[in-house]
Ligand binder design. Structure first.
Ligand code: ADP
Length: 375
């Protein structure tokens, strides 16, 4: 079946038409600067008009936040739309756009079944002690304050690929998945299920990201609000858009640029990369404790897939845990067809894998699965 996958982000619409039988992409594109150069509804209409001849059998939408309502992908009906709308307050940058995409696609393809695939659903298996914030529980219940986790489709996809590569059932494996892109998160998986992840109620918690702070002492925010008279909007902009690699380096959120600047002696760039690496290693150590060791560590996302030097800095000096990187394999350039690269040395007890993530294919597969469960 040909499935149209729509990933309507905060400022771009990415789409792919995927033939799920051959797992090939028939058509793909990216409309950028939506809301700036082109109005969102016009962008959607333009995109959908170009796909009228693609024999689309179903549409899968990436939806960022499903709250605690969904444990898996859901065929879209009015109830599901209502819940996605209710979750807008939890993801104000993303869910309203996801909803726009769903409504426009319903109008353009009224006969085609549609499915919402949630970033949060894969983490529905987090145990209570991992998703609970140490706050008064009355507030937590009233406001759904809990850790949800994101990047679920990516962590799930690379975990399946790792099991295939290792030729072992996913149900037997302890895996640590590091999705290191502009947004970054870590996930500990036991038997294919997410048992811990670094993002929380929102995608701000955890690792250092391009422009997001990740973990921070909440007291530092209270202090800034008092000292600088920061409003809620000011703090939102600070944490989401001005922090992370950009904030520390004062230069760029982009690891490629920072690696170049650091090699030319830019102290901010060096510090930003060092803080990023240190945070990832802290989580790696924590997840080794949670899982009592690991069978494999997976690196994915733009940085995990493409930066040998960042991989080396993250994975070096971990011999206490039986982790040994093969530096020559780590430097090898994968061919276009190679989506998995094993970079551990033969004596490493923990396999080290870089895996090219494919969230669109995962969304297409989950769309298909969700529709098969509908009578
Ligand atoms: P997004 O979260 O927006 O999908 P990506 O997964 O594409 O982001 O990751 C973007 C990050 O990957 C950027 O920091 C970019 O610099 C980094 N990156 C991409 N290619 C390379 C490379 N060859 N070397 C180092 N970093 C890279």
């Amino acid at each position: 079946m040909n499935i149209l996958v729509i990933n309507y982000g905060s400022s771009s619409i990415k789409y792919q038409v995927i033939d799920t039988r051959s797992e090939t992409t028939l058509k793909s594109g990216n409309i950028e600067r939506v809301g700036l150069d082109i109005a969102p509804d016009a962008a959607m209409r333009q995109l959908l008009a170009t796909l009228q001849d693609c024999a689309i059998g179903a549409i899968g939408h990436r939806v960022v936040h499903g709250g605690d309502h969904f444990r898996q992908a859901a065929p879209i009906d009015d109830t599901v739309i209502g819940v996605i709308r209710e979750c807008c307050k939890l993801a104000p940058l993303h869910n309203p756009r996801n909803l726009d995409g769903i409504l426009a696609a319903r109008a353009a393809f009224p006969e085609v079944p549609q499915v919402a695939v949630f970033d949060t659903a894969f983490h529905a298996t987090l145990p209570e002690h991992a998703h609970t914030y140490a706050l008064p529980q009355t507030h937590c219940r009233t406001h759904s304050l809990r850790r949800f986790g994101f990047h679920g489709t990516s962590h799930q996809y690379v975990a399946q690929k790792a099991a295939e590569t290792l030729r072992r059932p996913l149900s037997e494996l302890r895996l640590i998945s590091l999705h290191l892109g502009n947004g970054a998160s870590a996930c500990a998986l036991e038997g294919g299920r997410s048992v811990e992840t670094s993002m929380g109620m929102t995608p701000l918690e955890g690792l250092v990201m391009g422009t997001r702070s990740g973990d921070l002492d909440p007291g530092a925010l209270l202090y800034l609000m008092r000292q600088e008279n920061f409003s809620v909007e000011d703090v939102d902009t600070l944490l989401n858009k001005q922090s992370g690699l950009l904030g520390v380096s004062g230069l760029s959120p982009d690891v490629r640029e920072l690696e170049k600047a650091a090699s030319e002696g830019h102290p901010g760039a060096s510090l930003a990369l060092a803080v990023f690496v240190h945070r990832v290693r802290k989580y790696l150590g924590a997840y080794l404790a949670i899982l009592n060791g690991a069978d494999a560590i997976i690196l994915t996302g733009g940085i995990g897939e493409n930066s040998p030097s960042m991989r080396q800095r993250i994975l070096q000096d971990l011999s206490f845990a039986g982790i040994a990187l093969d530096t020559a394999k780590n430097e090898a350039r994968p061919t276009a067809l190679q989506s998995v690269l094993e970079i551990s040395s033969p004596q490493s007890r923990v396999k080290l894998l870089t895996i090219k993530t494919n969230e669109e294919l995962m969304i297409a597969q989950q769309t298909l699965a969700a529709l098969n469960t509908v009578p």
